[in-house]
Design a protein around this ligand. Sequence first.
Ligand code: SF4
Length: 599
Amino acid sequence: MSKSYIGKLARINLSTGEIKVEKLDVDLAKKFIGGRGLGTKMLYDEGVATVDPLSEENKLIYITGPMTGTRAPSSGRYKVVTKSPLNNMIGCSNSGGVWGAKLKCAGWDAIIVEGKAKEWSYINIEDEKIEILPAKDYVGMLSVETDEKLKEAHKGCRVLNIGPAGENLSLLAAIMNDKDRAAGRGGCGAVMGSKLLKAITVTATEKVVEAHDEAKLKEVNKECLKMIKENGVTGGGLPTYGTAVLVNIINNTGSFPTKNWQGSYYDKADDISGETLKDSYLVKNAACHRCPIACARVVDVNGKVCGGPEYEPLWAYGGNCDLHDLNAIDEANMLCNEYGLDAIGTPCTIAAAMELYDKGFIKEEECEGVPLAWGSSKAITEWTKRMGEGKIPLAKLMANGSYRLCEHYGHPEISMSVKKQEMPAYDARGIQGIGITYATSNRGGCHVRGYMISPEVLGLPEQLDRTTIEGKAKWCMIFQDLTAVIDSMGMCLFSSFALGAPQYAALLNAGTGTEYTPEELLEVGERIYNIERMFNKAAGMKPEDDRLPKRLVDEPISDGPSKGMTTKINITLPQYYEVRGWENAFPTKETLERLGLAE
Ligand code: SF4
């Protein structure tokens, strides 16, 4: 067994209570690396693509990458891979903190959870020991409180859990770990809820996972740490201001959507920026497992010290809801963490509801005392809470995301989503390449499946013109494939502002004993992107699912530095299919054969 792969996984059947230890197929692992890649391949092979995502036939794979828990920088990531109940496609969400590193240190590459418990349960892992325990005492508890109570029951454990939103099967439900880290997208919290699985606790004796070649890893680490420290984003912007550093940067490009993407420049952006957050509510920085960047924020919300907002919720509750009350945004973000809600999908759905209310489609009486008015602090906090509780009819509807909400009112075009998942904080009209990422993302509207903001705005690894489309399809493919590699290794994507394919290949080779060149590693990323697409095909995805909302195609940006721009996705999408070797949104036979996926 090459180190960094533990070599074993646990299969836990909640219906029968059976727990089986299985061997990791290391050859397969090397072909798909681990994490996102291997998890998707395993889910595909388990025949899950055609099942109802909220039925007991769906499975949850909690999977680490070969670098998770090692001495490599920013290596605390795990993935949850499942069939998404939000859009019936691949559901794959990743989270940092330390829970994933602990799972690996406890001796598991992955755990596969299947079936459905007869009563609310949780899984307790203590190194080799795995047990299923009753969770009735924790049902209905907020996520943060559940974390604290389970730590009292299992001293020294780390906790992953769902809040009330997951229990209520909200399609925006996140899986939370380490209190404020979230596998937030795709509704994976609802899949846990559907299995009556409240939490997974992990206690590990080991502190770190040994690499195949520790001396080599040390040498590569040294180079990587130097690059991370010297890079302006990972060594300056992120540690100082967190991801919120992007508020002013993106707003200054005129690609900061406002009022549910009706505008794209927010004149009050500085009130909700990373700079203002640092000067007002910031208590300290926080870091995931072995991360030298420490981008996470800890803030004071009305006397409560808790995890602070990332760039995305700052934008989504802020400019997108026409609100510049930073304290209210901090509070709404905290409520997302406590109820276990996606901190992108939830505020974006509130923004869509505000537009529906503004246009008279949602009536005053449906709002039960809290009008969904633009710029209302009370609306964002109260409706987040209501969505988490899932009690009143409109909140229940909103808790299933903007697409279903807008469709219910007869205006699906108001939902700013792709594949039913809300798009994040970058206007694809003002930044052309990110539109290709959104449209073709296998899990729906998402920026961390090919972060084209890096070259188009931040100038990393080189500056591209955000307003043009030349060469963007190829760039997007490279970013998507490299991201698939990083996600599969168990590392944080933010490290890629400083590191590139040569450094990731060197880290992986030291960790596992593989001998990948940077080019070969990118081909592994391509294989991963294609297996995800094949999962979606088997799940019923149609070519027309690769689309952007009509507003981005037909309505030019109304204000700011990108005024007059629309997306050119109708030109770039065919170019993208060509560079990918796809026809009509799916890989050709030749592409599958080239990538070793023909079977
Ligand atoms: S960069 Fe931020 S999110 Fe990534 S591992 Fe470090 S602290 Fe965690």
